[in-house]
Ligand binder design. Structure first.
Ligand code: ATP
Ligand code: MG
Length: 435
């Protein structure tokens, strides 16, 4: 007898074979003589099974079973037209009959019961795509001769500014959860050349948005002797490669999620580009106002790009857009100044199309010791926490740069999801650290 998964047996070769499937009861429809069970296997695929109603008396939704039967074809069977004419059931565990996840549930309840809600087939599909994002990221970097490294999560200093730091008690010292591996990757390029990592980053995001998590998976890359143009090309190639390979590998999942992928199929280098300065002009022309000290005014040069500005910049385009050359004062201390343009940073953020907003941020790092020290004073950073980082400029400093990509931001775009929480099984946000 063959032991197989639901998806595999949906094939003419299996018709008439006696097989067994392990899984959970997804739906039950009882008739007088026969009961129709939808069995969901451990990869989230379903198969209809028909069995004599006398054998299903105590079965409940989510009971775990092994079911035995003969594969047959029936066009009425859901998802492929194959079903199992079953004659026997082994029970692993009868589920309590008040399974809280059903069709019409509040979003809050689904998050409270996330440990069960991740069994929904929708979440299974998303998780399979997430796995592909990670797989193909690793493949792209490995194939292109980057070395994978890891960086500590417990750190002494901030990377992206103090307002989103999570302090932790570390024995008798104060420490923080890492906001980014960047500074450590910078240290590693001196002995490994181009390096990359994928680690969780933590941000104490104090406002509730649909694109901020307090813990997210951060893909970061850093390389010596790269220019801003090089970094842009690397990101164009990486992002296009990820999308094209994921679309190929996960066609079934995208179909299930009803994601129209025709625009994604066209994602390829080069992406669109605009300078920060031109972006501000464009936003002013569109009349974008921001709230400043309780009154509102038109956005102007020097303002950070808000979620709304990023949305407007890409709303009607289907290509990602690099915004290049941000003013230094709205970027972190490590951004290098453009030699010919005072106050402008060699930095570029990548915005996803259709208003999805920032997915990567990167640029050239300040490699001059004095300039870096000056910037740290301006930002009020405590130098003693960064002496090790400054050593990188004291001992054989090199021009270098890199970027960081938020895995959930990328997924939110390619899955066309409104809420970033839907891109991962156990999201962490301002109000949620359970389950
Ligand atoms: P934003 O302006 O959207 O808050 P950021 O400027 O704080 O982003 P960076 O510090 O540049 O972001 O981080 C690099 C990348 O990490 C971002 O481009 C984004 O993809 C991702 N990222 C940053 N913060 C978050 C977050 N709170 N949740 C999920 N992803 C994030
Ligand atoms: Mg932020």
């Amino acid at each position: 007898m063959l032991k197989i998964r639901s998806a595999e047996l949906k094939h003419d070769d299996y018709i008439g074979k006696y097989v067994s499937i392990k899984g959970w009861i997804h739906r039950i429809r009882k008739q007088k003589e026969n009961t129709f069970l939808l069995i969901r296997d451990d990869r989230g695929d379903i198969i209809q099974c028909i069995i004599d109603s006398s054998k299903t008396n105590n079965l409940t939704i989510e009971s775990s079973i092994e079911i035995f039967g003969i594969v047959q074809k029936d066009p009425r069977a859901p998802e492929g037209g194959y079903e199992l004419k079953a004659n026997e059931i082994n029970i692993f565990s009868i589920s309590k009959n008040d399974y809280p996840i059903g069709e019409y549930q509040s979003l809050d309840l689904l998050l409270d019961k996330r440990h069960l809600a991740i069994r929904t087939r929708r979440m299974t599909m998303v998780s399979k795509i997430r796995s592909s994002v990670l797989h193909f990221s690793r493949k792209w970097f490995t194939d292109n001769d980057w070395i994978e490294v890891t960086a500590p999560i417990i750190v002494k200093g901030s990377v992206e500014g103090g307002s989103t730091l999570f302090p932790i008690k570390y024995f008798d010292e104060n420490a923080y959860l890492s906001q980014s591996a960047q500074l450590y990757l910078e240290a590693m390029i001196f002995s490994l050349g181009p390096v990359w990592s994928i680690t969780p980053s933590f941000r104490a995001e104090k406002s509730r948005t649909v694109r901020h998590l307090t813990e997210f998976l951060h893909l970061e890359a850093e390389a010596p002797w790269v220019s801003l143009d090089d970094l842009i090309t690397i990101q164009e190639e990486l992002v296009s490669y990820l999308i094209q390979n994921i679309l190929k590998k996960n066609k079934k999942e995208f179909d299930f999620l009803k994601r129209n992928v025709s625009e994604l199929e066209k994602i390829s280098p080069p992406f669109d580009k605009i300078t920060y300065e031109k972006a501000i002009d464009k936003l002013r022309n569109e009349g974008l106002t921001i709230i400043d000290r309780e009154s509102s005014r038109l956005i102007e040069y020097g303002d950070d790009l808000s979620i709304e500005s990023e949305r407007l910049l890409t709303l009607n385009s289907s290509k990602p857009l690099f915004v290049i050359g941000y003013p230094l004062k709205i970027k972190p201390f490590y951004v290098k100044e453009e030699p010919s343009k005072e106050g402008v940073g060699l930095a570029a953020d990548l915005l996803a199309p259709n208003g999805f907003g920032e997915i990567t941020s990167g640029g050239i790092r300040e490699d001059d010791l004095q300039k870096l020290e000056k910037r740290m004073v301006l930002e009020g950073l405590q130098k003693s926490n960064y002496e090790w980082y400054l050593d990188l400029r004291r001992y054989g400093s090199v021009p270098h740069g890199g970027f960081g990509l938020g895995i959930e931001r990328l997924m939110r775009w390619i899955l066309n999801l409104i809420d970033i929480k839907d891109t991962l099984p156990f999201p962490r946000t301002l109000r949620r650290i359970y389950p």
